[in-house]
Design a protein around this ligand. Structure first.
Ligand SMILES: CCCCC/C=C\C/C=C\C/C=C\C/C=C/CCCC(=O)SCCNC(=O)CCNC(=O)[C@H](O)C(C)(C)COP(=O)(O)OP(=O)(O)OC[C@H]1O[C@@H](n2cnc3c(N)ncnc32)[C@H](O)[C@@H]1OP(=O)(O)O
Length: 230
């Protein structure tokens, strides 16, 4: 029988050493009360006059696969050998579902997904909501919560929906579950996407990739579909 990792001495007994600390950088110089933490709604809370999201009339039908938005995208591209190859489908309303299979290339600790990779999966899933609003928007803020470790080999079932829209700001939320759409929640995110023009990519991206993307008829068609959005 294989010796357990505990008997190999792998079970850690050490604890982080700690000592009382002051949160005042220079306690001797402190005068008056400590500043109070910021209050009121945070940047991920929609303002009171935000609107409910509206599904675009030309949005893909519920259940329809969305396909990659860019073939070299680390999140969804098929020309990225070590990417996540996340597969997304349109859902009801302004929602989508997606699946990501955690592979050995995605490890952070032995046999476990890297937290940054899981954040990427959440970001990509949230970004795919663009297809349902038919706007191009980029991540401005992404707040992640890691609830359970995610082992290699897991199929992470993600779902995301837009909760509110205020001018160019799109408020959205996503969840990733282990093993199935009803499985235990492993990761969550709340995010704020900001609508941009296609020029955002043309002005900021490296020219080599921009030229190649615009020369690709499929990519050109995808970009045009967003550009003609009223
Ligand atoms: C030619 C190739 C084309 C390729 C594209 C192809 C197809 C596209 C089609 C479909 C796409 C489909 C899926 C996409 C999937 C993507 C998944 C991954 C998504 C990403 O991974 S994407 C990369 C990471 N992402 C960035 O690389 C952004 C860097 N960043 C910036 O580029 C700017 O920072 C920007 C644009 C965010 C804002 O800049 P800006 O100047 O345009 O806007 P401005 O500052 O005026 O803000 C307007 C209002 O948003 C509020 N606001 C802004 N930023 C905020 C923040 N961080 N927190 C809280 N509120 C914020 C302001 O407070 C104001 O609010 P208010 O209206 O109330 O005043």
């Amino acid at each position: 029988m294989e010796p357990s990792l505990a008997r190999c001495g792998w079970r850690a007994t050490a604890r982080v050493r700690s000592a009382p600390v002051s949160n005042v950088p220079n306690p001797g110089a402190a005068s008056g009360p400590a500043p109070s933490p910021p209050s009121g709604p945070g940047p991920l809370t929609p303002p009171a006059d935000a609107a409910a999201p509206v599904r675009h009339p030309d949005a893909p039908a519920p259940g329809e696969p969305l396909g990659p938005h860019y073939e070299h995208c680390f999140g969804c591209g098929e020309a990225q050998p070590h990417g996540l190859r996340l597969r997304a489908r349109a859902g009801e309303g302004v929602s989508i579902t997606a699946e990501f299979t955690v592979g050995p290339d995605h490890q952070g600790a032995p046999g476990l997904a890297h937290g940054g990779v899981l954040a990427t999966a959440l970001d990509e899933t949230l970004g795919s909501l663009n297809w349902l609003l038919r706007v191009v928007a980029v991540t401005g803020r992404l707040q992640t919560e890691f609830v359970r470790p995610v082992p290699v080999g897991t199929v992470l079932h993600l779902d995301a929906r837009v909760t509110a829209v205020h001018r160019r700001k799109i408020y959205c939320t996503a969840t990733g579950r282990l093993g199935g759409p009803e499985g235990p929640v492993a990761v969550r995110a709340d995010a704020l996407f900001v609508e941009v023009k296609v020029d955002h990519f043309i002005d900021n991206g490296r020219q080599e990739e921009i030229r190649a993307a615009m020369a690709d008829p499929d990519q050109f068609r995808r970009v045009r579909a967003f550009e003609v959005n009223p």
